[in-house]
Write a protein that binds this ligand. Structure first.
Ligand SMILES: [Ca+2]
Length: 381
């Protein structure tokens, strides 16, 4: 996520108008390639408005829960969002790229997790027990914290994998160009995707098959490394494959992928590499896992927002495609993929605004979260 200054808001508006132009052109002549051919025909149906929605997740009983960046969580109903079910607005700030940045349930909706930056800017993951679909405030506990050297690149997304473990994404610490080299360092949680078992210990246990367990000088929480700002990641609910949208420095936005069978330990390259390209005078690590998709900043945006592989029922021709967007340009796009190889890309011809996140409902349908306030479901046209 980029946070706008006055100037960038103006640039963003121009960018948005330009992308709407592209979108209408795309609607007449779908941009699609690969085996799937035509782009799926979709519309964005606004289902609610919120104050700076930042994250969303499927909740108990088929519900969808939405986090607002300033610190509230609300449940999506038939007539928009309900009253807050959680309010930590006194415990976080929205300066820089901070705030309430991620929410997740465990598999049986027995626990709810929030990821936020506290008043000092420290990334914090807290847990609540859930009973009868309701958070139990008195059960709140802090699972994990990570101090942040700068106000940007906090990452902060979190979700449970198909293996029942909690995955947490942290950016490289911020500033620009990874000044501390955190991406490639295994002795810090910054610039990493973590994998922990919050139910297995206090405050959590390390899964015994994590890739760096027992390795001297390495943090055992690390699942994958070489990430810059893995702002949004997800697991394909059909295959269990992992997809990460990693925000680029100044040239390349990327999507990373790992098979469900991965044993972890992937090195996604940052800050030796930006996408498929050496960063500054970087040397490509021998174990570099290149992105499955990258794009430059000549028209398609400047800050990738990772989404989900669509596994819903409403849009047949979108099934199995990875839906994602970009905060700076808002066009909703889809990748056709086969066994971790991208076989085509489509512009779905709709613009979600300042797309900061997607949410996947329990029924597999996808919601687009516009930081400007709109929450829309992707429906068939
Ligand atoms: Ca990379």
């Amino acid at each position: 996520m980029k946070v706008r200054t006055r100037t960038s808001a103006i640039v963003g508006t121009i960018c948005l108008l330009a992308s709407l132009g592209l979108a209408s052109a795309a609607a007449k002549e779908p941009v699609a390639s690969g085996s799937s051919g035509q782009a799926a025909k979709v519309v964005l149906k606004e289902v609610a408005t919120a104050k700076n929605p930042s994250a969303g997740t499927a909740g108990p009983g088929g519900s969808v829960w939405i986090a607002e960046r300033a610190g509230t969580v609300r449940v999506l109903g038939d007539s928009g969002l309900g009253e807050p079910v959680l309010d930590i607005s006194g415990e976080t700030t929205t300066d820089g790229e901070r705030g309430l940045l991620g929410i997740a349930f465990d598999k049986d909706f027995a626990h709810f997790y929030i990821s936020f930056t506290d008043l000092e800017g420290t990334s914090t993951v807290d847990e609540f027990a859930v009973r009868d679909g309701k958070l139990q405030p008195d059960t709140r506990r802090t699972v994990l914290t990570q101090t942040q050297p700068y106000a940007n690149h906090n990452g902060g997304d979190l979700r449970f994998g198909p293996d029942g473990y909690l995955y947490i994404a942290f950016g490289d610490g911020g500033s620009g160009g990874d000044p501390h080299g955190n991406g490639q360092k295994l002795d810090t949680l910054l610039g990493k995707l973590l994998r922990i078992d919050p139910a297995g210990g206090d405050p959590y246990a390390i899964p015994p098959d994590n890739p760096f367990v027992g390795q001297a000088g390495a943090k055992e929480e690390i699942w994958a490394y070489g990430l810059r700002n893995p702002w949004r990641f997800s697991f394909d609910s059909g295959t269990g494959d992992l997809l990460i949208g990693d925000v680029g420095q100044s040239a390349w936005e990327e999507i990373d992928w790992a098979a469900a069978s991965s044993k972890g330990g992937e090195n996604y390259g940052w800050s030796q590499m930006e996408g498929n390209h050496p960063f500054r005078d970087g040397t490509e690590p021998a174990n570099h896992v290149p992105p499955v998709h990258e794009y430059d900043r000549n028209g398609l945006g400047c800050s990738v927002t990772g989404g989900y592989v669509y596994r819903g029922a409403a849009i047949t021709e979108l099934q199995g495609q990875y839906v994602f967007s970009d905060y700076c340009d808002g066009t909703v796009r889809a990748l056709q993929m086969e066994n971790g190889k991208v076989t085509g890309e489509s512009d779905l011809g709709v613009n979600g605004g300042e797309v900061v996140s997607f949410a996947q409902g329990g029924d597999g349908e996808l919601y687009v979260l516009d930081l400007g306030g709109s929450i829309s479901r992707i429906d068939p046209a």
